[in-house]
Ligand binder design. Structure first.
Ligand code: BMA
Length: 404
């Protein structure tokens, strides 16, 4: 058992509460009032299920003291393995699964059995259920193929205006959304209390729209059309009986000027009634920008976090780093020096509820080195163990019950 298990493992909650009585007693009170508290967060979906409301309330409760660590596709494959049940590069290195699991729907709507990264959708559903039953948190993104042209999300078509209400391809777009409704309907499990529940998901559609690389991005889509696309997506899913979603907004930081953060960040913002989580996707602050010093990059990351948290505070939303990392992790001290040191820098940066790094592509299948999390043998693996052991970070083995 590592230090953090000793400090934070579920069985030690009582002990730690005795030591920190004031902090914990307010935590405990918050838990018992989960439902009430969640309503006061003014969720996008007023009919969100009890478990979904609890998840959001618990993320709020935890965020000042901790940050959930997440990894995309962690159960599906790793750098040196594929198709091994119960494996994850994060678990190989630390002994624990991450707290947050990212999944990708790209390909859904095209009648494919697998997503764009060859993850079988039925397996994905099975893993999502396992995650929920173990107490982890699932989040999904969707590199939607263009319903107008059938091309993937990186084609720069001016399609959004055809998809929104009044557009020529609006019916087609609804059919794409219906595929998610059907996928989501199967995400039901019987929980420990014997109740059938729909697995809560942090749903992150239309991401990185401040960039110009997706067909819904800036440059190919008018701002009001992007907003209409987002709002229709939310309204339609709710109208189809989907009530297990927490909606996350996630512009890309590389196209946001730090000196004009609020305005750039809110480009295309669909409104407070349409967003629960204010996320930021950032690679540029986390290693990609090799033209500036490490210190400068860390300072930029600090500002990104502070500004995101400030906007979230004003709008009563949950702040998060919805996606990011450094392809190849070319710094052995990366996890403590470039991430932990910045997210824990001050009371504002510490408000970030979760941070998720992108996928570890399977080297053999994809014929490339493309990874954002450590794996056994990677030079940053030891440093990642320190990151894991720090009381600030939460992995699945340290998560409190997120659904009550
Ligand atoms: C990108 C890369 C691609 C992948 C896509 C969708 O960032 O990882 O290889 O296909 O995300 O998951």
């Amino acid at each position: 058992m590592n230090i953090k298990n000793k400090l934070l493992g579920r069985s030690f909650v009582v002990t730690i509460c005795a030591l920190l009585s004031s902090a914990c007693s307010s935590d405990m009170a918050a838990v018992s009032q989960t439902d009430k508290t969640a309503q006061s967060y003014n969720m996008v979906d007023p009919q969100a299920s009890t478990e979904t409301r609890a998840l959001l309330a618990n993320l709020y409760r935890i965020k000042d003291q901790h940050m959930l660590f997440g990894h995309q596709d962690t159960l599906a494959y790793g750098v040196n393995w594929e198709g091994e049940e119960g494996r994850s590069d994060i678990k190989d290195v630390t002994g624990s699964f991450p707290a947050l699991y990212g999944w990708e729907l790209g390909g859904l709507g095209m009648g494919q059995k697998e997503n764009l990264d060859k993850v079988n959708f039925a397996n994905m559903q099975r893993w999502m259920k396992q995650v929920y039953l173990r107490g982890g948190v699932n989040t999904v993104s969707w590199h939607m193929f263009d319903p107008v042209t059938g091309q993937n999300s990186w084609h720069k078509n001016a399609s959004v205006q055809q998809l929104i209400p009044g557009g020529k391809a609006h019916q087609k777009f609804k059919q794409y959304l219906d595929t998610f409704v059907a996928f989501n309907q199967q995400l039901k499990v019987t929980n420990k209390q014997g109740k059938q529940v729909s697995i809560p998901l942090i749903f992150r559609p239309w991401h990185e729209h401040t960039g110009d690389w997706f067909w819904w991005g800036k440059g190919h889509t008018a701002e009001q059309d992007y907003i209409a696309l987002w709002r229709f997506t939310v309204d339609y899913l709710k109208s189809q009986g989907v009530h297990n979603l927490i909606y996350a907004y996630s512009p890309d930081r590389s196209r946001i000027n730090l000196d004009n953060y609020q305005a750039d960040y809110l480009y295309g913002y669909p409104g407070d009634n349409y967003v629960d989580v204010l996320g930021i996707d950032t690679y540029i602050d986390l290693g990609r920008d090799e033209n500036i010093s490490v210190e400068q990059q860390k300072d930029n990351f600090r500002r990104t976090l502070e500004y995101t948290v400030e906007i979230a505070k004003q709008k009563h939303k949950l702040p998060a780093v919805s996606e990011g990392g450094w392809d190849g992790i070319k710094d052995n001290q990366y996890w403590t020096n470039r991430i932990l040191d910045v997210v824990t820098q001050n009371e504002t940066t510490r408000q970030i509820a979760y941070l998720m790094v992108w996928r570890n592509a399977n080297k053999q299948r994809e014929h490339k080195e493309h990874f954002y999390a450590p794996f056994v043998g990677h030079p940053s693996a030891d440093n990642f163990k320190q990151f894991y052991a720090d009381p600030y970070t939460l992995f699945e083995d340290n998560l409190p019950d997120m659904y009550q």
